[in-house]
Design a protein around this ligand. Structure first.
Ligand SMILES: [Zn+2]
Ligand SMILES: [Zn+2]
Length: 261
């Protein structure tokens, strides 16, 4: 393995909410080895994620683990196409699929609707793992910990420790006391910020994210899954926050943005 020094590369395949016609659904790819073309861990796989992923020309076996935060379509309904592509490319290597309780049934149901009778023909094993806040998981050199956010579907926020770094990814939903404590000390917070303020039930906001990042001691905050009109109008608001919070780097990634942690 040829690690990227002591860093890890985070690529934002998409940063949009479900209905944003200009930004693909929020989906994040993690690359820890210089030999990888795209990356080995994919966080969420909504409607538009597979095409963003495939545009990178990855090898069919380099993705090791797919994480699904919750069962809204903009976070998991790209999975059937991804699984179909692995089949078409003759993948043999097992794929880890990790998510909330019910992950196996949901993926099987989605696959059956999208591509009937394909699940049994894939030709590579799917290794499902259900996670809950009570259960941590170690897969090779990565440690996975979760907490429930406040969302209209049960949604797990994730703390992923890998390469000596820790990444927090909210999935959808407002912070909770559990997600705040999960995020403590993380190197980067990637959080949904649907509104300017907490005006939409079950969704986060720019101002709440800043408070969240400050409380957990993060140095970097990436705002994703913004409501499409908020996204267009947010530059001045975020710039004002940035002036007040010199110790936190606030990012508004675009589709394709890549950062190192
Ligand atoms: Zn959702
Ligand atoms: Zn969403």
């Amino acid at each position: 393995m040829d690690l990227l020094g002591d860093t890890m590369e985070i690529r934002f395949l998409g940063v949009g909410e479900a209905c944003d016609g200009n930004q693909p659904n929020t989906s994040i790819l993690l690359k820890t080895d210089a030999h990888e073309t795209a990356g080995r861990i994919l966080l969420d796989c909504g409607f538009s994620a597979p095409h963003q992923y495939l545009s990178l020309n990855p090898s069919a076996e380099e993705l090791e683990t797919l994480w699904i935060s919750h069962f809204h379509g903009d976070h998991f309904l790209g999975s059937p196409l991804l699984l179909l592509w692995f089949w078409e490319m003759n993948r043999a290597k097992p794929l880890n699929i990790i998510g909330p309780p019910g992950i196996k049934v949901k993926i099987e149901q989605a696959m059956e609707l999208a591509y009937p009778n394909f699940m049994s023909r894939l030709g590579y094993p799917l290794l499902f793992q259900e996670l809950t806040p009570e259960k941590n998981l170690q897969i090779s050199d990565s440690i996975w910990k979760t907490a429930y956010s406040e969302h209209s579907q049960p949604c797990l926020s994730l703390r992923l420790e890998l390469n000596g770094k820790s990444i927090f990814y909210s999935g959808d939903g407002r912070p909770t006391p559990m997600t705040r404590s999960l995020a403590a000390g993380c190197d980067i917070i990637i959080h949904e910020a649907y509104g300017f303020e907490d005006s939409v039930s079950g969704h986060g906001s720019i101002s709440t994210c800043l408070d969240f990042a400050r409380n957990c001691g993060a140095k970097r905050l990436a705002l994703v899954h913004m409501q499409r009109n908020v996204r267009i109008q947010c530059a001045d608001v975020v710039a004002n926050f940035q002036r007040e919070l010199a110790d936190i780097e606030i990012m508004i990634p675009e589709k394709g943005s890549t950062i190192s942690v």
